[in-house]
Design a protein around this ligand. Sequence first.
Ligand code: CP
Length: 303
Amino acid sequence: MKLKNLVEAQQLDVDTIFLLFSMADKFKKSVKKPLTKKILTTLFYEPSTRTRLSFESAMLRLGGNVISTENAKEFSSAVKGESLEDTIRVVSKYTDIIILRHYTGGSAEIAASVSTIPVINAGDGMEQHPTQALLDIYTIWNEIGRLNNIKIAMVGDLRYGRTVRSLCYLLGKFEGIEIIFISPKHLSIKDDIKDYLKRHKVVFREEDELGNVLPEADIIYMTRIQKERMTEAEYEKAKGVYRITQDNLNLIKPNARVLHPLPHTEEINLPIQVEQSDKRIAYFRQVENGLYIRMALIYHLLE
Ligand code: CP
């Protein structure tokens, strides 16, 4: 299926996912700069390192050009009261594709509804981050060679985290998936995701103890406690509760992998030497995969 935009992970069917994987594999090997006449705009109303810079790098590697507002919340005409709809209608005239990160859930859908060019959701509030989920499953595919029959532990801030939501939506498209959610009670996964998983026959359960789950998981998907999205009291109750350390690393299966959308804080507490030498620690390879999967997605939308 040819996508016109990417607003939510549910839009990606299995054939399109594997088409994007094979394009990403090709871009990993070599690129012939096919998009020299195209312009990509990053419009970010929330901070980012990976998503914004990897999209910009992806476009430059494809031979295209990039225009950007570094901090659209402060430096775009949003400050003067311009609506998101008007901003998108204006930017659509200058560029060929918009990469939007916004603090409000549903904003990517609004943007796509008024845009005359493709829009990619680079994170909308506490809703979704579909390109992160796509690079997450590309990493799983690369690391363990399958997307069916996987037991995955999702750990940390599951209530406010948009990456786990998008990842659940994508995993629901595969067979034999089992998810173990591990979070403080006040940051547990929301009911709409549980309902989706039930409808898609994904087996899941909720656990309190990370140590009990580490020996059985094929993938351990750690997430940061997002201080910026919760009250101080919520944060204090959750901070440092679930951590990967040298002490519990030995509980993880030899062929399992630890993923994290990054940035991480205290939930990963490993020396750099261990991160570099232990093949189970996959989150920096995950970062690199993000570049190739975003190249594939831009190319797919603009070719
Ligand atoms: N994973 C992710 O979205 O990172 P950034 O916030 O740095 O883009």
